[in-house]
Design a protein around this ligand. Structure first.
Ligand code: KIV
Ligand code: ZN
Length: 388
């Protein structure tokens, strides 16, 4: 089995559908080009049948993006698949992603069908999509709550009908990692033609487990992860692209898996998505939060100044940030103050470290965070004292 995990980005589809104001076509293209630079294997550009605006932006992205497969979403009905095929046919490489719910809750209450009817509809939709392309993905919506024997039947039929990617969504973010990993293990062991398709996973974050569930699935043999930049998406969001990419990169020797993501593009892509989507990133968000590479405690600051890996498991440079940040607070020690003053151009012989540090602590106790200009003012007062 390959050790390459494909990154399927759905920022422009699942992510965008959760925004209060939709993005303009130009903004979507800007994000698509950033995702292409980031190295996503597949990008889901939208849901073409949903509106003329969505159709046009999917078409524009399909025309411009060359290095990622461009994908569109379609329900398992011909009109949706036609819209998808027509929007995408200008692309160098494209995929049609069609989906149908497979859990009894959805089959009975939403679709009002029987299990057998759902299989027939799925097979019909996949065969229809294959008229446009041989790259067809089928999603078993709400797979996380689907009876496992039935899920195996659906997946086998979908692969026989011509789907080469089978996506297993935890649509409502209900499962926990061992449980979700077991679904993939069952499919790997019980579906006779499973080697003819890539298993993909698509997790929602309702219980804060989207990344953990995706990782559990990958450890059991899934080789595509669907995710979004900054984890944006329906309700509590989707698997966060930056987290899954940095897990694969940082723990490569343990997991033995890789992705094609160019991690140094993560920071700027995250900023772009946050700004255009008007979705601030929480400061302590892993990888892309403003605090993710900041150190506050004096012990930690002293540690990273001596050797960065004492308290950093990945470098800021690896995600496209110039350097880490040492917050100057009452927890900071002399070492940090001296280091910061050196960065600001002051030599140790220019000032009395003990006196400046005492004044710094007094100020930090009152003010909390001490900034460079505060430090320079303290230095100025120290020099005045010596001069008088
Ligand atoms: O969450 C979900 O089930 C989806 C599907 C359309 C893949 O977004
Ligand atoms: Zn989803």
């Amino acid at each position: 089995m390959t050790n390459q995990v494909k990154i399927f980005d759905t920022t422009l589809r699942d992510g965008e559908q959760a925004l209060l104001a939709s993005l303009s076509a130009k903004e979507k293209l800007q994000i698509a080009l950033a995702l292409e630079r980031l190295g996503v294997d597949i990008m889901e550009a939208g849901f073409p049948v949903s509106s003329p605006g969505d159709f046009n932006s999917v078409q524009m992205i399909a025309r411009e993006v060359k290095n990622s497969i461009v994908c569109g979403l379609a329900r398992a009905v011909e009109a949706d698949i036609d819209a998808c095929g027509n929007a995408l046919k200008v692309a160098d490489q494209f995929r049609i992603h069609t989906f149908l719910a497979t859990s009894d809750i959805h089959i009975e209450h939403k679709l009002r069908k029987t299990r057998d009817q759902v299989i027939d509809m799925a097979v019909g939709a996949i065969k229809y999509a294959r008229r446009y392309t041989d790259d067809v993905e089928f999603s078993c919506e709400d797979a996380g709550r689907t009876d496992i024997d039935y899920l195996c039947r659906v997946v086998e039929a979908a692969i026989n009908a011509g789907a080469n990617t089978i996506n297993i969504p935890d649509t409502v973010g209900y499962t926990i990692p061992t449980e979700f990993g077991n679904i993939v293990t069952n499919l790997m062991n019980r579906v006779p033609n499973i080697d003819k398709a890539t298993i993909s996973v698509h997790c929602h974050n309702d219980l804060g487990l989207a990344v953990a569930n995706s990782l559990a699935a990958v450890e059991q043999g899934a080789r595509q992860v669907e995710c979004t930049m900054n984890g944006i998406g329906e309700r509590a969001g989707n698997t966060s692209l930056e987290e899954i990419a940095m897990i694969l990169q940082t723990r490569e020797s343990l997991l033995g898996l890789k992705s094609n993501i160019n991690s140094t593009e993560i920071h700027r892509t995250s900023k772009l998505v946050s700004q255009l989507c008007n979705m601030p990133v929480q400061s302590n968000k892993a990888i892309v939060g403003t605090n993710a590479f900041s150190h506050s405690s004096g012990i930690h600051q002293d540690g990273v100044l001596k050797a960065q890996n004492t308290y950093e498991i990945m470098t800021p440079e690896s995600v496209g940030i110039n350097k880490n940040n040492l917050n100057m607070t009452s927890r900071s020690g002399r070492h940090v103050i001296k280091h910061r003053l050196e960065e600001l151009g002051y030599k140790p012989e220019d000032y009395d470290l003990e006196a400046v540090y005492a004044a710094f602590l007094e100020l930090a106790d009152k003010k909390g965070q001490v900034y460079d200009y505060d430090l320079e003012a303290l230095l100025f007062f120290d020099q005045q004292k010596h001069d008088s």
